[in-house]
Design a protein around this ligand. Structure first.
Ligand code: MN
Length: 246
């Protein structure tokens, strides 16, 4: 019987393996190993053009968000780890975030914030794809139906959660391997780092102002509404399948 921690690690490995399989030919496949790679970390390619999500998320926002914001998280994560013992440097991003208590105290906050930033954004770039109004299918659709009473009810709850994040953070659809739920994290905290209730992300939205301010200014609900047009349900389904098998 695997512990939940081991199960989450297994999910990460499976998800990585799925994403690099030859059948998965989308450009984003190349950066799939973000969570299993080790120091020094790299900013992965976005995997699609900056304007691929127009008009819902504008090209300038995508460029600054990916190159500058995600870029800074990677740079600062590496800076923090440069002074860490080799045993810590050898840990994957996933391992670091699952075991923040093992990270030396003088760099723990930097690893939590910047490692979390790298993990969350690597996931975010992959969950984004213009979907022409499509909805989830298969097992994920069934689970959403069972858990929330239908897709529109799920959308309402997710929108509310995303709107209510105070300040900077994220809203997520997650699974603990058995059931779906909606959760939020402050700053760059990850669902996988939650001490008592570790969860794998299936869908996630960045509600930091840097994710939407150029186009939507203070109107976060409009950005959250537009987000439904750019969710890659195929990737969400892969994540859900991997998490459910673990
Ligand atoms: Mn961001």
């Amino acid at each position: 019987m695997m512990t939940r921690r081991e199960a989450i690690k297994a999910v990460a490995l499976t998800a990585g393996a799925l994403a690099v399989a030859p059948s998965f030919t989308q450009g984003a496949a190349a950066d799939s190993s973000a969570s299993s790679s080790t120091y020094p970390f790299k900013l992965a390619d976005l995997g699609y053009p900056y304007d691929a999500l127009e008009p819902y998320i504008d090209a300038q926002t995508m460029q600054i968000h990916h190159d500058k914001h995600n870029g800074a998280y990677v740079e600062n994560l590496n800076k923090a780890l440069a002074q860490a013992p080799e045993s810590i440097q050898k840990m994957s991003l996933e391992e670091l975030l699952l075991s923040l208590d093992k990270v030396p105290e003088n760099i723990r906050t930097a690893v939590r914030n910047n490692g979390g930033g790298q993990y969350n954004h690597s996931f975010f770039w992959k969950i984004l794809k213009k979907n022409d109004g499509s909805q989830p299918t298969g097992d994920l659709a069934k689970a959403i139906e069972t858990t929330f009473g239908g897709f529109p009810a799920f959308q309402t709850k997710f929108n509310e959660a995303a709107a209510k994040v105070f300040g900077s953070g994220w809203a997520w659809l997650v699974t603990d391997g058995k059931k779906l739920s909606i959760t939020t994290t402050p700053n760059q905290d990850c669902p996988i780092s939650k001490p008592n209730d570790k969860e794998s992300p299936i869908v996630g939205i960045d509600v930091w102002e840097h994710a939407y301010y150029l186009k939507y200014q203070n109107r976060r609900p409009e950005y959250v509404k537009a987000f439904w047009n750019v969710i890659n349900w195929d990737y969400a389904a892969e994540r859900y399948a991997a998490a459910s098998k673990a």
